[in-house]
Design a protein. Structure first.
Length: 277
């Protein structure tokens, strides 16, 4: 039986260091998925979220701050460990400055921890919970999202798709850039759907989806009207992208257009969705 490994088993903080180390837990707040933000712009999490305060002070100069972001209900990713160097004495803003501790840098973005957060506090002293922070695995490289799951399992939120495209995630790009497809966009707020296709002349699947990430509508009539009416942020919050059927680059576009029509009729996306034709 393997012996359990805990976070401080490899941090090896002792004495005064251990007494002055706190952990900041960053969770889903109903709007922003921490891991998606981290994948796009790590500093938003490692500075903005770690060092934000309201009225309560979380850290003091000289303390060590450990930043964790939630991956799933009881799993967390270690993103940075910093020593607090300055208190800016501001409320409802980034209140601290700190330097990353050099010896811990190889672990940033790689250590996955199991911990059941049964408390409301965002910040806890490490010594209070050190025997509950179990290390599940150490990734071979910095976490950059889930691997491509197969064409029949693709279902992405706007933020997930945006991260894949902006970070040029290699396995996803390789899978999508030369594929023709019939795809589905779903408005998760009202249930309306849009069936679209990528067949080469209008761009392969990756290009089509990149257009949606740029402006929310990709040039489609009813989606364009929706963006003008309720704004791009609505799309970012509620739209979801999935593949209905995929084809290799040699398949004739007329086959794909026929399948697109079939899906529009089957899902009634002209009658009750966002398809105009």
């Amino acid at each position: 039986m393997n012996q359990l490994l805990y976070l401080n088993d490899f941090l090896c903080l002792t004495g005064t260091e251990l007494e002055n180390t706190k952990i900041k837990f960053n969770q889903y707040d109903g709007q922003d998925e921490p891991i998606e933000i981290y994948k796009r712009e790590p500093d938003i999490v490692n500075i903005g979220w770690l060092f934000w305060r309201t009225d309560r002070r979380y850290f003091w100069v000289g303390q060590i701050a450990i930043c964790l972001i939630q991956l799933s209900w009881d799993t967390w990713l270690l993103t940075t460990i910093k020593k607090i160097t300055k208190d800016l004495n501001v409320k409802r803003d980034v209140n601290y400055e700190g330097d990353e501790i050099e010896k811990f840098k190889p672990f940033f973005g790689r250590v996955v921890i199991k911990y059941h957060k049964g408390h409301r506090e965002q910040v806890k002293y490490l010594k209070q919970i050190m025997d509950k922070l179990e290390v599940l695995k150490i990734l071979p490289s910095v976490f950059d999202g889930d691997d491509f799951p197969g064409y029949d399992k693709v279902c992405l939120s706007f933020s997930q798709l945006e991260t894949i495209i902006h970070r040029n995630k290699r396995d996803w790009v390789a899978a999508l850039e030369n594929q023709k497809a019939v795809y589905l966009i779903t408005d998760t707020k009202n249930g309306k759907q849009y069936v679209g296709s990528a067949y080469g002349e209008n761009g392969m699947l990756l290009q089509r989806w990149t257009n949606y990430i740029k402006n929310g509508h990709g040039g489609n009539k009813e989606l364009l009207e929706l963006v003008h009416k309720v704004g791009f942020d609505y799309v970012k919050k509620y739209f979801q992208y999935a593949i209905l059927e995929n084809y290799n680059a040699r398949v004739d576009k007329h086959i794909i257009l026929q399948r697109e029509t079939w899906w529009k009729e089957t899902l009634k996306s002209r009658n009750f969705g966002y398809n105009a034709n």
